[in-house]
Structure formats: structure tokens, C-alpha cells
Design a binder for this molecule. Structure first.
Ligand code: HEC
Length: 147
């Protein structure tokens, strides 16, 4: 296994980055607190996202939970039935956040690759732990090689 350079880089980067991100809460905004949701979606899907009669269906449901990230992104971007399309009205990033937050209220975590990356860094942290793990993996490889 030749993962040392990557691990070393991650350890080093984490020193710089964790300092900068230490104050930023890692959990994203909740769907119902997202300003875009409040402005554009709540009128049909309700303040609590549980739907409104004659408006839109609840976004906290088995149906929504079963929808894939792609499905949700498509519905928001291209609309469906009385659901308006939001391409051009919202940025792809805004749509992505909504998708993630809709997944989150349904108990599905869709941490994007970047979020995993930050999580990894946060876990690796500035502590000696990171280097400790690196040392362990080197020891393990060397040990394995010696047998
Ligand atoms: C004019 C009312 C209206 C607005 C505004 C609206 N929706 Fe909808 N939405 C609907 C309706 C109606 C449906 C059901 C469409 C269907 O299945 O035919 C729907 C469906 C959805 C679905 C699919 C739910 C599922 O379980 O299949 C998602 C996700 C969704 N909307 C998200 C949003 C988001 C995010 C916004 C804001 C950017 C938004 N909607 C704004 C009316 C609306």
C-alpha cells in the first residue's frame, strides 16, 4: 500500500484547514431554515415542509425518502405537474443544498464529496492522532513486509 504521500498530505493540510474552519459549525442549515426554501418553496410545501392542501405534498414522506438525489434534483430543476421548475431561478448550488436538506429531513445523509473531505480533516484534526495513525499504517506495512 502506497498511501503515505496522501496521508502525509492530508495530515499537513488538516493543520492549516482545521484552524480556518474550527469556528464553522459543520452541520448545514436545516431545510426549513434555508432562506431559499422559505422564499420559494414554503408557500406550497409548508413552513414545516409537511405539505399544504392544494399546494404541494409533504417533503417528509416515504416517497421523498425513496427518491434519489438525481430524482430530487430533476424535480426541482425541471418541475413536475404543478411543481414549477427552478432552473435559471436558482443556482445549481442552491438546488444542491435543497436536495441535501430534503434528504436530511428524511433521515438520509448525502454528504457530498467535499463534506466528506472536511469531515475527514476534522476527524484527522490537528491532534497527534493523525500522525499516530500514519505511523501505525507504516508500521503495519513494514511488519507485513517483514513476515
Ligand atoms: C406552486 C407550488 C409549488 C412550489 C412553489 C414548489 N413546489 Fe415542489 N411540488 C409541488 C407539487 C404540486 C408537487 C407534486 C408534483 C407531482 O408529483 O406531480 C411538488 C413536488 C416536489 C418534490 C417531489 C416530492 C416527492 O416526494 O416526489 C420536491 C422534492 C419538491 N417539490 C421540492 C420543492 C422545492 C425545493 C421547492 C422550492 C425551490 C418547491 N418544491 C416549490 C408544488 C410546488
Amino acid at each position: 500500500m502506497k498511501i503515505y504521500p496522501l496521508t502525509i498530505a492530508m495530515c499537513a493540510v488538516s493543520f492549516v484547514v482545521t484552524a480556518a474552519f474550527a469556528q464553522t459549525p459543520s452541520s448545514g442549515t436545516k431545510l426549513t431554515e434555508n432562506l431559499v426554501y422559505k422564499k420559494d418553496c414554503a408557500k406550497c410545501h409548508g413552513k414545516t415542509a409537511e405539505g399544504r392542501h392544494f399546494g404541494g405534498p409533504s417533503l417528509i414522506s416515504n416517497k421523498t425518502a425513496a427518491a434519489s438525489v438525481e430524482d430530487l434534483r430533476n424535480i426541482i430543476a425541471n418541475g413536475k405537474g404543478r411543481m414549477p421548475k427552478y432552473t435559471g431561478k436558482l443556482t445549481p448550488e442552491e438546488i444542491d443544498s435543497l436536495v441535501q436538506q430534503i434528504r436530511a429531513v428524511n433521515g438520509k445523509k448525502t454528504a457530498g464529496p467535499t463534506r466528506y473531505f472536511w469531515k475527514f480533516l476534522a476527524a484527522a484534526n490537528t491532534s497527534a492522532d493523525c500522525w499516530q495513525r500514519l505511523k501505525k499504517s507504516i508500521d503495519k506495512d513494514l511488519g507485513a513486509g517483514a513476515v
